[in-house]
Design a protein around this ligand. Structure first.
Ligand SMILES: C[S@@+](CC[C@H](N)C(=O)[O-])C[C@H]1O[C@@H](n2cnc3c(N)ncnc32)[C@H](O)[C@@H]1O
Length: 381
């Protein structure tokens, strides 16, 4: 395989995780373990020399970190995600709010007198919450549903959604929900009120600048709705190759807030359609999910090539995939797909090396997490 310039920067390892966002107003309105950090986007903006007036695309925008950081910089951005839940979270975080209106709507909501609301929750929800939390939840959901202003209504819905972890027996543990009985669960109405107040306060803490932000619910394997050469930069992180199905750990959020619109077939990797699959690497012995992954990523990369301007740059965070037979070098193989599509690979920046085990004990090897830095050359045209 062709050699690429590989640089090791383990000091950047934390930046490609969500951890630094946990303390940041607005960025932390929803804990999305699969997200990267504001500071990663800021670093890429610095490396690329992104300036006001530019357009940045994140085709896997998750909880909206890229568009939000671009809003801080005053840079135009578009975020795409196939998950209605993630798009909802992004929308609430990047919106411009009328603070006065939000405060008034919050006061009216807090002034509502509690009354029991009859709701027939499914098995999962009943198992996840104590009775008193379910009563508060039903009441709050009904009252929030009556809030006329869409911006306020969705703001309260996100506040309620992200208050739930504190009153739940369900814990997000890796790729599954674990149920743990807790002695004391605080009242949801109190947690929710505190959360709304904090979120309103957050809006005064971050300085956002004027820019355009577009969000779209779509599958990034098919970017045909975007014009040719309409973006200057791409900053993104697609789902990792053999991550477990992480939509499972957000099943409570989906069931309560996104019920009708959830495509249950969606998996953490970007799509598995074995019937129509072509293998971009027939010479390698890859597991079937890896073939599907590269088949899909090829479609994404070809789309990115078309929508990027000449001279446009891409920063993509990826990780190697671990399988019982060994490690799949995702960064190198994606680099090849980038080159096959016309891009040139500037360098691969390795930021983490994780020990991978089989059956939790047997060490298979170390999987790299890397930032791929590629560009659409001017001279290729
Ligand atoms: C690693 S996360 C991105 C996290 C993001 N950087 C952030 O900071 O929140 C990958 C995202 O890709 C989305 N996704 C998966 N398949 C997709 C597809 N085919 N098209 C668009 N988005 C997809 C998932 O819903 C998930 O939100």
């Amino acid at each position: 395989m062709k050699g690429y310039r590989i640089e090791e920067r383990y000091d950047l390892g934390r930046l490609v995780t969500f951890l630094p966002n946990k303390r940041l107003p607005v960025y932390n309105w929803f804990y999305f373990k699969e997200g990267f950090s504001r500071d990663f986007v800021m670093l890429m903006a610095d490396w690329f020399g992104i300036k006001r007036g530019d357009w940045v695309l994140d085709p896997f925008c998750g909880c909206g970190t890229t568009p939000l950081a671009c809003k801080e910089l005053g840079v135009n951005s578009m975020g795409i995600d196939v998950s209605p839940l993630m798009l909802f979270v992004s929308r609430v975080k990047v919106r411009d709010y009328d603070l006065e209106r939000l405060r008034e709507d919050a006061s009216s909501l807090f002034a509502k007198k509690f009354r029991p609301v009859e709701v027939n929750y499914g098995k999962l929800i009943k198992r996840a919450f104590p009775k008193h939390a379910l009563q508060d939840l039903a009441f709050l959901m009904e009252e929030i549903g009556k809030v006329e202003d869409e911006a306020s209504r969705e703001f309260f819905q996100l506040a309620l959604m992200s208050s739930l972890d504190k009153v739940s027996y369900a814990i997000k543990d890796g790729g599954v929900l674990k149920f743990v009985k807790k002695e004391h669960i605080p009242p949801l109405r109190v947690i929710f009120k505190r959360r709304v107040k904090r979120m309103i306060h957050d809006l005064k803490k971050v300085k956002f600048r004027r820019c355009e932000i577009r969000l779209k619910l779509a599958d990034s394997r098919m970017l045909d709705f975007l014009d040719d050469e309409s973006f200057d930069y791409v900053i993104t992180s697609p789902p990792y190759l053999n991550k477990i199905e992480y939509t499972k750990i957000y099943s409570i959020e989906h069931e309560l807030f996104i019920k009708d619109k959830w495509d249950k077939g969606l998996r953490s990797y970007i799509g598995l359609r074995p019937k129509s699959m072509s293998n971009p690497f027939p010479e390698l012995e890859l597991p079937e999910v890896a073939i599907a992954y590269f088949n899909d990523m090829k479609m994404v990369i070809e789309g990115l090539y078309r929508v990027l301007k000449r001279g446009g740059r891409v920063a993509m965070v990826v990780a190697e995939g671990a399988f019982p037979n060994g490690i799949v070098p995702v960064d190198l193989l994606l680099s090849r797909l980038f080159e096959d599509s016309g891009f040139s690979v500037d360098r691969i920046v390795v930021v983490n090396r994780r020990v991978v085990t089989k059956d939790r004990t047997l060490k298979i090897g170390r999987a790299r997490e890397s930032i791929l830095l590629v560009r659409k050359d001017r001279r290729n045209e």
